[in-house]
Design a protein around this ligand. Structure first.
Ligand code: FES
Length: 352
């Protein structure tokens, strides 16, 4: 067991190095230098020398094997192991030339490493750090170079040039800012709202047929769009991208979030399909755990708890679309998503 510097035994969980008085820790220094066998015993030194030489000689053997094989174990010409031109001849040629070259390279490296570890000088050298601050002479010389440069440029004597240069530098950024004014209108509230409106039916994505609550079996998932969103709708693709949602049905008894259950219908819950990380479609639903998974970066949302994030880089739950049923039993939206869908942006919580 280690001992403290004062010779006492350290208690469990306590550092073995006693803090210095006045803070900090004492410099533990370097461990004692350990001499190698070859440093102390001339016979060991000789033995190490022979081993290094043997490795280099083995490398020579490998090279010789490679050269010989190149001429007498060829795929199409002379081959002492197999019939020329046969697959076996090619196999033997590759094997013997490859092995010869591998042995040649390996033993050069191994010999060099063994040489360095056993016989090369093993002195420990300490180089003290010098102060980073330059000497007074160096600092004075640097200051005089700058002063000379200023004097020679004549800045102090030419206020007209200095003033015009400052004006030029101040005006230059305007050349960058001016094009920004032509970037088009600001997005307004388009990021805060989607196509969903009160009373709009939830329809199956792609075939557009509305969905009755009775169609949604326990633990099933549907990809839905507003029924009224058709290719004739203005900005159809943008509206589709924002309105995409999924509905799942859970047993209300496993629900942990009363507000989320209240915004659903008999355990049928609708959430935005757009991941709140960077907007991939969250389309994987794990029925046993009731988790929805984004395939892009594995953000995982717990459907039983208002689609809160339980894993991954997303920071916000998937916004929930409040739903109910109409007189004919079809699922309809009670309104738009209560907050912007998709990735967050700088004024996401500003009321629009
Ligand atoms: S986009 Fe969904 S986790 Fe990154």
């Amino acid at each position: 067991m280690h001992e403290n510097l004062d010779g006492t035994r350290p208690e469990k969980g306590v550092s073995a190095i006693a803090p210095k008085e006045g803070g900090g820790f004492p410099n533990p220094g370097l461990p004692p230098h350990e001499y190698r066998q070859a440093d102390m015993d001339p016979r060991a030194e000789k033995r190490a020398e022979r081993i290094v030489a043997l490795m280099f000689l083995l490398s020579v053997v490998g090279t010789a094997v490679f050269i010989a094989a190149y001429f007498v174990v060829t795929p199409r010409g002379t081959n002492i192991f197999a019939e020329s031109g046969s697959p076996q001849a090619l196999w033997w040629s590759n094997l013997v030339t490859g092995l010869g070259f591998a042995v040649a390279v390996f033993f050069i490296g191994a010999g060099a490493i063994h040489w360095a570890k056993t016989l090369m000088p093993d002195h420990e050298v300490v180089e003290e750090r010098h102060a980073l601050r330059g000497s007074d002479e160096t600092r004075a010389a640097a200051a005089s170079i700058i002063t000379d440069g200023l004097n020679e440029s004549g800045i102090a004597r030419r206020p007209l040039i200095v003033t015009s240069m400052v004006a030029a530098l101040a005006a230059l950024p305007l050349a960058v800012l001016a094009p920004l004014s032509t970037l088009g209108p600001l997005p307004g509230n388009v990021l805060h709202h989607t196509f969903w409106r009160k009373g709009m039916r939830l329809a199956r994505d792609h075939d557009g047929t509305p969905i009755k609550a009775s169609d949604v079996a326990m633990n099933s998932i549907f990809h839905v769009m507003p029924e009224d969103l058709t290719p004739d709708t203005e900005h159809y693709l943008e509206e589709r991208a924002k309105a995409a949602a999924v509905i799942v049905r859970i047993d209300p008894r496993v629900g942990q979030n009363d507000e989320s259950l209240a915004n659903g219908y008999n355990g049928i819950l609708a959430f935005s399909k757009i991941c709140t990380h960077v907007g991939c479609p969250v389309a994987l639903y794990e029925q046993q755990t009731h988790h929805m998974l984004c395939p892009c970066h594995q953000s995982t949302f717990d459907v039983t708890d208002g689609a809160k994030v339980i894993f991954g880089p997303a920071h916000r739950p998937l916004p929930q679309l409040p739903i109910e049923v109409d007189a004919e039993g079809y699922l309809v939206a009670k309104g738009d998503f209560p907050e912007p869908i998709g990735p967050s942006f700088w004024d996401i919580h500003k009321d629009k």
